[in-house]
Design a protein around this ligand. Sequence first.
Ligand code: NAD
Length: 350
Amino acid sequence: MSLKVGIVGYGGMGSFHHSQISSINEVMEVIACYDINPQKGKEGEGKGLKRYEQLDALLADKNIDIILIATPNNFHKDISIQALKAGKHVICEKPVTMNAKELEEIINVAEKQNSIFSVHQNRRWDRDFRIVKKAIENAIIGTPFYIESRVQGSRGVPGDWRCVKEAGGGMLYDWGIHLLDQMMWLVDSPVVEVYAHLLSVKFPEVDDNFKLMLRFKNGISALIEVDTYTFINLPRWHVSGDAGTLVINDWDCNGKIVKANTIEFKWEEGIVYTSAGPTKTMAPRPIETITEEELPQVQTDCRDYYRNFAGAVLGEQELKVTPLQALRVMQVIDAAFYSAENGVSVKGEF
Ligand code: NAD
């Protein structure tokens, strides 16, 4: 028996969820929708869904087990709480809320209701991310000490609610939350320092580019970078380990690993003349002392997110994207906004 889903907010992401879930109807089936804009609701109706004109009516539908929230960000908290109080399990789009305090309110209600609550952090199933995760887990480049994760475009911020601060616009909430969730799942250690620069290059109301530095308790440093006004991209991932370096250049996962091999590296006696001028430090490493490897292979399917959520509702699986993980991420988001506003690095344990 598949679990029945009602979607709140049938825009870009609401309709995407509908089509994704339609391909695994043995697990979940979307049966209804509600959108504040009747035209959008009618699009769902046109694809076979029962359209509700009021949120309360959707939440009162006894056939629905799961409410999936895909509205702009500022509505997530209230709709999540309403849905949980109506006895539903809830999947909420990212960013789950505007801050950690709002998420704590949701978690309290979910616990009281004994309902499953999760955030759609689908990018944990991205191929590029899984390659990095596998490489680190298998110590292919030794112990990592610095990780760069970035996404870059040149088209600016989509001209919708994402440009409006009150609606939860800006790139820290939009792409930042994905990259931060990945990073905090990748590095098994608390974040102890957060330092952020938020830039508004073309969109004065929100951050349209940002740089976020993190330090983890285990000593790993990380840079998370999101740009919407860059015309020449840097690599998607650049990971430095004590045995080598991993690079993934793009979404197609072109990249490589370069490692020190067992042939001993010896410093030259005299000065070395290179294209960088006379330098020993930056001279190229002798080619016989390094080995190049292909990136590890991974298999991944982002629909495993829904399969896992359904398994958790049925009591058959541990939930993968948990409310407490989401809370840590929101605490770092809060710290990043504070850091950027006050020009300080924020120390703590998140
Ligand atoms: P969108 O503007 O395309 O769709 C939002 C829909 O919500 C619209 O149809 C709008 O009419 C409706 N809506 C607005 N307020 C509402 C309310 N109070 N009640 C019911 N419906 C309401 O936006 P989108 O791109 O689909 O983004 C929606 C959410 O999905 C956001 O939280 C966004 O961050 C998230 N998102 C996630 C991913 C991902 O990969 N996980 C990708 C894109 C967007």
